[in-house]
Design a protein around this ligand. Structure first.
Ligand code: HEM
Length: 196
């Protein structure tokens, strides 16, 4: 179900995002764990690793055709998936979606991952790079209409969206199959039991 690169990308991205959430909110002033200066160093270093990983991931998706997994489903399928998560899951009803190798994301996952890849991800790295090189942009009089405060607000808002994604992703990953940990096992081994 999951290729070797996909599993590598998934787990290294997860680790980096958790690290960046932890250091980012320390920089923001939400708490003190490792100290502001160290948080800035870890955050800036992980930023380059994450940007590098995202470049490889974009290349992998485009060259393998795996990007097609994120094409949005028909509205009625999206609605039945929403109905399942809002009501039917609590009534013990069967999952309306069945995973296949070439269509492994349910209609809501398709929308969530598509927005992660084309909206939240780019918003975070573009605002992050503007933040990191603010003095240089300002010296070149580029983006002169955008103040550092605005950039910091966009970056923090994107970080909150990323945090919301992580929380929803963990909850939904545990409810994906009958056994709560079978999705987790598949993302480690690459294989998943075929229900048929
Ligand atoms: C991927 C590229 C990224 C770059 C280049 C980047 C860069 C930066 C920079 C330069 C700062 C300011 C540090 C300082 O004050 O000296 C910052 C702050 C912050 N970052 Fe990132 N970051 C990136 C990704 C992320 C991610 C993935 C998250 C969380 C999911 C995140 C969350 C935050 C938060 C919450 C702050 C504090 C914002 C504030 O209060 O002003 N960043 N980031």
């Amino acid at each position: 179900m999951y290729a070797r690169f996909e599993r590598f990308w998934h787990w290294s991205q997860a680790l980096l995002i958790i690290l960046m959430l932890a250091t980012g909110f320390e920089i923001h002033g939400s708490y003190a764990l490792i100290g502001f200066e160290q948080a800035v160093s870890v955050h800036s270093f992980s930023a380059w690793v994450l940007i590098g990983l995202w470049i490889f991931a974009w290349f992998w998706h485009l060259t393998t055709g795996e990007w097609k997994q994120y094409i949005p489903s028909a509205p009625d399928r999206i609605l039945s998936q929403i109905r399942f998560y809002a009501f039917e899951i609590f009534q013990g009803k069967a999952h309306p979606f069945h995973k296949k190798r070439d269509s492994k994301l349910n209609p809501l996952q398709r929308l969530a991952y598509l927005s992660l890849h084309v909206m939240i991800g780019p918003a975070i790295w573009i605002s992050g790079l503007l933040y990191l090189f603010y003095k240089d942009w300002a010296a070149m009089e580029l983006f002169s209409g955008i103040s550092l405060t605005i950039i910091a607000m966009i970056h923090t808002a994107a970080a909150f969206l990323m945090l919301a994604f992580v929380v929803a992703h963990l909850y939904l990953a545990l409810t994906m199959d009958e056994h709560p940990l079978s999705g987790l096992r598949a993302m480690i081994t690459g294989y998943e039991q075929d229900p048929d």
